[in-house]
Structure formats: C-alpha cells, structure tokens
Design a protein around this ligand. Structure first.
Ligand SMILES: [Zn+2]
Length: 324
C-alpha cells in the first residue's frame, strides 16, 4: 500500500514537472529550431505570440565597411582594355561611399584602392574598338578608356549531334527563350557588397580545353564565339562555387545543358554549364568552394568538361583575368 501511494505521488510529481518544463506560453526563441521546423503545425497556437523580428539586410547608408580592392586584382591596372576584357578606371570621386558608375546603362564593380575608387568595367566580346565612356551617375562626371584589338584564336570542332549545329525551328524557339533567361540572369539587380566579389576561385582543377573568345566553327560552320572557359575533368568531378553568392537560376538549356547561375553581388555573375548533376536550388546561398554540381557533358559538348562563364556588368569576360 505504502509503495502504491508512493508511486502515485511520484507519478503526479512527474506529471507536474512535465507540464512545468514545457509551458504552453513559452516565449519564442527558447527553442528556435523546434518552433521553426513545426511552424505549420503550431501556427494557431503562435498567433497570439508576436513573431520574431525578421532580419533586414543592412543598407549601406554608412560609408564603412566598403569593398577594398584585393591585391591579386592590381594586375588589371596594367592589362589593356580589349573586347572580352576588363577596363581599370581610376575615379576622381571624393565621396566616402562607393560612387554609382555606369557603362552602357549597367552599373559596374567599384572597389576602394587606398584613397581612391576604382571601377572595373566588363567589356563585351563584340565591342567596338576606340574610346568608351563610363559615367558617375550622381555627379555626371565622365571617364573614358580605350578598347584596343585582340585577335582571338579560331577553333574547329566536330559534333556528332547535327541538331546542336543546325537546330530545328522548335530548337531555335527554345534557344531564343533560353538566351533571354540567361540575359535576364546576368542583368540581376546590382546589390552592394562589403567585400570584393573578385577575384574568383577556379571551380575545378583541370586542363583548359578551350579558352575564352575563340571564334568557333562547328562541323565547318561559323557560330558565336566562345563566351567562357572550358576546363576538362572526369565525369562526376565536383564543381565548387567560384566565390560566395546566391544561386539565381538552374535549368537544362539547349547549348549549356544542365546549368547553374550564381550572383556574387556588384553585378558579378558566374555560369556553370554541361553539368552532369545540379546540387543547388535557386535562392540558395553558397559559400566559396561549396559543391554546386558535378562535371558532365550535357548540352552541346563533345566530352565531359565544365563551361565556366564570368559576367561583369552583363558582359561575359575572360575568366582567367580575375582568377585567384
Ligand atoms: Zn565552353
């Protein structure tokens, strides 16, 4: 009997202690992970409880911190501005915050170098030669730079799949649609960064099987020049993000096959093509080197390799110019 009474007492203590350990009105934040994962089920009970504050991105009203020009990019100062290259433009702005510099209506990368602002302008591969202008949108100050000729090599490629060289009318429709999707991705809204989005890490090790800018002939027919760098590697080799960024698009495209596009801020966008598998989703934040997919030969490819494109202010440039 005594033993039974003791058990009843013990169980009622346990019952009390259970209810006191998890009171129904426990404030949010004590178990943030649990509340987050059960949000849908517990929504009704949470209605009366104020939602936790949403973290808003820091708006750069304050001039500091600002993105500093990393040492590896200093070499760009002495490299001539060519189609598919980068122009180094020293700015005379005394503004304590990064000036808004535009080239052909697109905002460009601006970094602080010692006591000066420097604009790094991506030049289109089909650019005209001669004087080009960038404008400081706030002061209307203009800066010019000169684009000089670069002779890119010719490349002749044999493709078994003839449709990849002479697409059907349906294919052409698809190609036009996908071209627009890619252009939209490159034109993503310019967002500020507190660290430089450049230089970039090479996404995989391997032999450069085709360089940027080559004029290409597929089965003897002239096609668009090569707007990326091809790096050959075995099928399934993991591909890393070139630097921290946000995945803005993934998809399967006629030419680049399984493709991932990442926004790194300040108008710097990278594209990874011919992937065998895609390991990320649009909206996902990736860190430098994080695996985004594996090497494949999807799309117009003769063998497994990574097609890697780098875009500055909506212009694809030679990736080797900004590699670590
Ligand atoms: Zn390529």
């Amino acid at each position: 009997m005594i033993k039974n009474k003791f058990l009843i007492l013990l169980s009622s203590i346990l019952l009390i202690s259970c209810t006191t350990v998890q009171p129904p009105n426990e404030p949010i934040g004590v178990h943030p992970v649990e509340i987050h994962t059960h949000r849908i089920e517990t929504d009704k009970t949470l209605n009366s409880i104020p939602a936790p504050p949403i973290k808003t991105p820091i708006i750069q009203k304050s001039p500091f911190p600002v993105a500093q020009l990393p040492v590896p990019l200093l070499s760009l100062r002495s490299i001539p501005a060519v189609p598919g290259g980068i122009a180094w433009v020293s700015l005379r702005s005394s503004s304590s915050s990064p000036p808004i510099i535009k080239y052909q209506n697109s905002r460009v990368v601006v970094l602080r170098h010692k006591q000066q602002w420097v604009a790094l302008v991506g030049i289109p591969l089909n650019s005209k030669l001669g004087q080009h202008i960038v404008i400081d949108e706030e002061t209307n100050q203009r800066y010019s730079f000169k684009v000089i000729k670069k002779q890119y090599k010719v490349q002749r490629i044999k493709i078994k799949n003839k449709r990849k060289v002479n697409p059907t009318p349906n294919d052409l429709q698809r190609i036009r649609r996908e071209k627009q999707l890619i252009e939209e991705a490159l034109a993503i809204t310019w967002r500020p960064t507190t660290t430089s989005p450049l230089p970039l890490m090479q996404p995989i090790r391997g032999r450069f099987s085709s360089s940027f800018g080559r004029q290409r002939y597929f089965n003897g027919q002239r096609r668009s020049p090569h707007t990326g760098l091809d790096i050959a590697a075995p099928l399934g080799t993991p591909v890393g993000a070139a630097t921290t960024g946000k995945v803005i698009r993934t998809g399967n495209y006629f030419f680049t096959g399984n493709t991932v596009i990442i926004d790194h801020g300040q108008g710097v966008v990278t594209l990874y093509g011919h992937l065998n598998t895609i390991k990320v989703m649009p909206g996902q934040i990736v860190k430098i080197g994080e695996i985004i997919g594996t090497v494949g030969k999807t799309g117009r490819a003769t063998g497994p390799h990574l097609h890697w494109s780098v875009s500055l202010n909506q212009n694809m440039i030679d990736p080797t110019l900004i590699m670590k």
